[in-house]
Write a protein that binds this ligand. Structure first.
Ligand code: NAD
Length: 463
């Protein structure tokens, strides 16, 4: 049997795995990447970030055409929905981007294996596809196998009416009543898509708030906006079971009347993909929740085996996995490589968007860090007025003694793009004064960041 030898074998062709593969070849390594799906790009590209953004964009345009264009003096007659075309556009986008990743692997001379990768021992991996099997040898192995939707006891997804984000990205018709379990990024983004397309949407959330981990004040403001948009919320609601009864689904929760809808989206978090990876055989340890345990250099308990991205836990974000993948292979090749977790932004692509980088007020208070706060509302920003989207604000938190920016939180139009400036500022160790003294083009949404920085020192100009 053929046994190829590589400097690095990567399990997983998602954003963590394929980006690590490219960086490793740039550093002179001979790399193979194993992916069990025929399309590259992982959850993010195939059934996550990219298709959801395609549907968010399309559904937003549909809603705007129906409800907003008239206020601009633009008449479009009767607006209709062609869901099949919307889905086709989304699928085409996924195919194009996945082919793009395939091209990148080829260009970088990365050996690609389609099949399931499994550790036989540190440095020995088998790849199986149907009844075909090959073995690979590697000086280093990188686990970048990502995550899958977490289940809830009492709920048996039937892959149709009761499903995860994967099904909710491809419903063949608009649900009459979509019941979403979990008010995290997935529940709110996909709930927004189907509400805009005409579904009644009810979100059932265990906690007393939405978007745990995001700034509490902005999450509260966002909740009010989502309610105004027509989404219904039941907070403090612990779902205990969901079942299909004919054409309907019945969702039961502690202390509430059962809810009925025609579709249920279970969005209660994600669990690591560690099934059948041969972790035990290789001596790779996992933690209590099943995530692969790593040290600060992404090394697992098995010699020469490393892990990055969702499978090691932390923020389950594509760009966090990319940063870890790059840092890990740079460490292998050069001895240096580092991820600044305080400078990793987090974005929820609802309308308005919610974006955050660095510490929240709650985190700073818990750590006993003294900080000063500056806030600026979009209602006082000329560009937001012109866009007709003045919801929300920029909030900046800076160290009370040094003025170093510790956190920036934005609810508002294009918050996901605006947060990039704040991430760079934190990465460079900037002060709020640095940002306040930087010229921002007028009229732009980014001026709200400058104004929030000025507000830290009580000298905002336009409020
Ligand atoms: P999440 O962990 O963000 O939110 C899940 C929510 O479900 C929580 O608020 C939790 O309290 C609630 N919940 C748990 N059990 C429940 C029960 N029995 N009844 C009612 N509510 C219950 O999970 P998610 O939204 O599924 O997202 C999964 C991961 O994917 C997250 O880490 C998220 O950051 C990531 N993601 C990110 C983006 C983005 O960056 N835009 C988009 C999608 C997903």
């Amino acid at each position: 049997m053929e046994t190829a030898r590589h400097d690095l074998v990567i399990l997983g062709g998602g954003p963590g795995g394929y980006v690590a593969a490219i960086r490793a070849t740039q550093l002179g390594m001979n790399v193979a990447c194993i992916e069990q799906e025929s399309a590259l790009g992982g959850t993010c590209l195939r059934v996550g970030c990219i298709p959801s953004k395609a549907l968010l964009e399309s559904s937003e345009r549909y809603e705007q055409a129906r409800e907003e264009l008239a206020t601009h003096g633009v008449g479009v007659g009767e607006v209709s929905l062609d869901l099949a075309t919307m889905m086709k556009r989304k699928d085409k986008l996924v195919t194009i981007l996945s082919k793009g990743v395939e091209g990148l692997l080829k260009k970088n001379k990365i050996t690609r294996h389609v099949g399931h990768g499994r550790l036989l021992a540190p440095g020995r991996i088998e790849v199986t596809r149907g009844d075909q099997r090959i073995e690979l040898e590697a000086a280093h192995v990188l686990l970048a196998t990502g995550s899958k939707s977490a289940g809830l006891p009492g709920i048996e997804p039937d892959g149709d009416r009761i499903g995860t984000s994967t099904e909710a990205l491809s419903y063949s018709e608009v649900p009459e009543h979509l019941i979403v379990i979990g008010a995290g990024a997935i529940g709110l983004e996909l709930g927004s898509v189907w509400r805009r397309l005409g579904a009644k949407v009810t979100v059932l959330e265990y906690l007393g708030r939405i978007l745990l981990g995001m700034d509490a004040e902005l999450a509260g403001e966002a909740l009010k906006v989502f309610k105004r948009q027509g989404m219904q919320f039941l907070l403090g609601c612990r779902v205990t079971s969901a079942r299909v009864e004919g054409e309907q689904c019945v969702v039961e929760s502690a202390g509430n009347e059962p809810r009925r809808g025609d579709r249920v989206l279970v969005a209660v978090g994600r669990a690591p993909n560690t099934d059948d990876l041969g972790l035990e055989a290789a001596g790779v340890r996992t933690d209590r929740k099943g995530f692969v345990s790593v040290d600060e250099h992404f090394a697992t308990s098995a010699a020469g085996v490393y892990a990055i991205g969702d499978v090691i836990g932390g923020a389950m974000l594509a760009h966090k996995a990319e940063e870890e993948g790059v840092a890990c292979v740079e460490q292998l090749a050069t001895g240096y490589g580092h991820v600044n977790y305080d400078a990793i932004p987090n974005v929820v692509y609802t309308e308005p968007e919610i974006a955050s980088v660095g510490k929240t007020e709650a985190e700073l208070q818990e750590a006993g860090v003294e900080y000063r706060k500056g806030a600026f509302p979009f209602v006082a920003n000329g560009r937001a007025r012109a866009l007709g989207n003045t919801t929300g604000q920029v909030k900046m938190l800076a160290d009370a003694a040094t003025d170093r920016i510790l956190g920036v939180h934005i609810l508002g139009p294009r918050a996901g793009d605006l947060i990039a400036e704040a991430a760079v500022a934190i990465e460079l160790g900037a002060s709020s004064e640095d940002l306040a003294r930087s010229s921002h083009a007028h009229p732009t949404l980014a001026e709200a960041l400058k104004e929030a920085a000025l507000a830290v020192d009580g000298r905002a100009l336009h409020v």
